[in-house]
Design a protein around this ligand. Sequence first.
Ligand code: UD1
Ligand code: MG
Length: 455
Amino acid sequence: MSGTSANAHLLAIVLAAGQGTRMKSTLPKVLHAIGGRPMLLHVLESARAAGADRLAVVVSPATPETGAAARKFAPETGIFVQDRQLGTAHAVLAAAPAFSGFGGTVLILYGDTPLILPETLIRLRKALADGAAIAVLGFHAADPHGYGRLILDANGQLQAIREDKDATEDERAITLCNSGVMAFHAPVLAALLPRIGNENAKGEYYLTDAVALARAEGLPIAVVVAPEAEVQGVNDRAQLAAAEAVLQARLRARAMAGGATLIAPETVIFAFDTVIGQDCLIEPHVFFGPGVSVGNGVHIRAFCHIEGARIEDGASIGPFARLRPGTHAGPDVRIGNFVEIKNASIEAEAKINHLTYVGDARVGAKANVGAGVITCNYDGHNKHHTDIGAGAFIGSNSALVAPVKIGDGAYVGSGSVITGDVAPDALALARARQTEIPDWAARMRARYTKPDGKP
Ligand code: UD1
Ligand code: MG
């Protein structure tokens, strides 16, 4: 009954019912993010990338948000509630309806082990396709304390997994550990699960006991080894930061492999879905939130914060620019220092170089927005749109009170507060007229100068 073909159906069950108390958080542990996305979704994504066509998540009744997040990611995900946390075998049993009568492969993953790569899961699948009934993902632990140890026989075959608390002194010296990720031929899992008991140090139902049971029946068991960094789990905030660091290293490597130059890669933070084109130059200390795509030949100067933005070829952004969700920066635009853009389309070759807020707006091609311009998009109740035509010139320190439309090629004089539409090619001035009193300053100086000539 062992072995499944390489293209058999694959069910991934993600265990996520643990309490996560060490996170000290009101948010369920597996919903804490790395690379701007909850850990649980990284795991589901890897499973899917490894070919999982069925997904299931085991959650605790205390955290319905966990199931909701999984469903939002993949609506077909089966959500199974484990009423009490009685161990990993008990958790898998909660999801038994997902594999009853199933002839494919079942992959067990943990929601708090977010760095697992699809390639590794595919290696486990392959071990099953090659005839194993169970494949265990192991790793060499720098410090094995706390992990289940892989007990090999004289032939190097896996005999059993011994949990730390149940291990003898000799077994504790073993550094080859269980990552927790396992693949089962589904009928084997279904047959063994009900036979797992809880006579152990923790009084829990250990999924790892399936190995010794399978071995007693002479079923072939494979071990696949992964780097420790890939299977590291997250139990507290320090481990969350450690996982983030591994993910960031991968994302930076991906950007550079794609042809981007990162002057100081360790200072650039990417989101899981950041897309960077070829020949981009990214200066130090740039933060990408989710939903950013950057075209080719874009220069992002130091200290920019960018999320939910599409930046086209040849654009120059920053230093110190903030691009918020809904920003579209067209080809060759210039967005300079201390400029904030939100929900706005900046069309080709437009320039917004200094100290400006553009929100809920369109800035037409080749328009020039001067220093200190503000689109006043919010009246305290509603947001309104500003439309700046192609080739328009907005003088420095102007306020454009939305809704308002500046026609193509129009000119707004500096310091204007524009409350009405401006016709194409017109000049609009909305400020006090300048007056000049000849010699006023000289007379003033004379009045306050003392006889000794000092002011
Ligand atoms: C488990 C493994 C151990 C392995 C280690 C790797 C078992 C018995 N032990 O130990 O061999 O070295 O992971 O980190 O499997 N969970 C539930 N419901 C439960 C219990 C656990 O959903 O009733 C989930 C947890 O949320 C977690 C995962 O299963 O994501 C592992 O549980 P945990 O208690 O951390 O197991 P360990 O003792 O670390
Ligand atoms: Mg654990």
